[in-house]
Design a protein around this ligand. Structure first.
Ligand SMILES: Nc1nc2c(ncn2[C@@H]2O[C@H](COP(=O)(O)OP(=O)(O)OP(=O)(O)O)[C@@H](O)[C@H]2O)c(=O)[nH]1
Ligand SMILES: [Mg+2]
Length: 287
């Protein structure tokens, strides 16, 4: 059923873009984040902290901070995102169909969401400590047309997916839906929602698809730098209301991200390290 519903909304993509190779950004590593003023540092590490003060006392903030690792744990997780001769981070392969996906046994996480929501940008930010890993981003929706697999040593694999909605590849459903159902080593799906526009119809369909697979998934709110606090809070609370009342497999905590500013990237690196079993958190107390 889902296939048919989504297929009706899909059109072939035609986007082209420039491939950019960058030097390591100064905020890519936690080391430099410590030089930010305290409030800015806190917001970069735990983006929800910058919004908390705007919420009424009656709002339960616990779900937003369930995963709240210490700075030390984030530093530990960050080490996985540096490439070395014994821990090579690299593009592995692309696939248009699940049976063309690389036969990898290591834990895997994938990023799905509407075209242009910021999937590739987020993966690029995660890999910003290894800028030679080429992740293509584009202003033109429908740019990523295949499932792109990136190996993080023998630790885990990150998969960048084509988007759904406007100008997405027409066979998105044939690619992504079977992947979500069949990929045995898939540990977590990250479903991206644009925080500056909030939940769209296509997002609701994707949420429904994730629920149908019964696999654990997490909502990531992107582009939190792109709108005012009021708009972001409105969109965030309506998303939270939806996931609380309408979902069963969704992790209660949305992860807030601004890829160009690296807000939330350190926390997400740590969460990925955690859900793929690459690290045991030492300290989960609120800092
Ligand atoms: N302001 C802002 N812009 C962003 C953010 N993330 C992505 N963008 C911009 O959004 C556009 C689309 O980014 P991509 O990462 O290519 O989006 P995608 O989801 O991979 O898109 P498809 O491959 O077409 O499905 C680019 O112009 C990015 O620079 C963000 O956190 N903040
Ligand atoms: Mg993309």
């Amino acid at each position: 059923m889902f296939c048919l519903r989504l297929r009706l909304r899909l059109q072939p993509g035609t986007g082209v873009c420039a491939v950019t190779r960058q030097a390591v950004h100064k905020l890519a590593s936690l080391q430099n984040v410590t030089s930010l003023p305290p409030m800015k540092m806190q917001s970069a590490l735990y983006p929800f902290s910058g919004l908390e003060g705007y919420l009424a006392k009656s709002v339960d903030k616990t779900p937003f901070q369930l995963f709240h690792p210490s700075f030390k744990d984030m530093v530990e997780a960050e080490k996985l995102f540096y490439s070395s001769s014994s821990h090579r981070i690299d593009y592995c392969s692309s696939a248009e169909r699940i049976d063309h996906a690389p036969a990898l046994k290591q834990p895997e996480v994938c990023f799905i969401g509407r075209s242009n929501v910021g999937k590739s940008s987020l993966i690029k930010a995660l890999f910003s400590l290894t800028p030679e890993v080429e992740v293509r981003v584009s202003k033109t929706p429908g740019h990523t047309k295949k499932m792109n697999f990136f190996k993080v040593g023998k630790s885990f694999t990150i998969v960048d997916m084509p988007g759904y909605g406007h100008r997405a590849p027409k066979d998105f459903v044939d690619m992504v839906e079977p992947y979500l159902y069949q990929r045995k080593n898939l540990m977590r799906t990250f479903l991206l929602v644009d925080g500056s526009v909030g939940l769209q119809k296509a997002d609701l369909i994707a949420l429904e698809m994730c629920e149908e697979t019964r696999c654990p998934y997490v909502v990531v709110v992107t582009k939190i730098d792109k709108c005012g606090t009021g708009t972001l809070l409105k969109n965030l609370m309506s998303l939270q209301n939806y996931t609380t009342t309408q979902t069963t497999s969704c992790f209660p905590q949305p992860f807030l991200i601004s890829s160009p500013n690296f807000w939330g990237i350190y926390l997400l690196r740590c969460f990925i390290a955690h859900v793929t079993g690459c690290m045991m958190l030492k300290d989960t107390s609120q800092s």
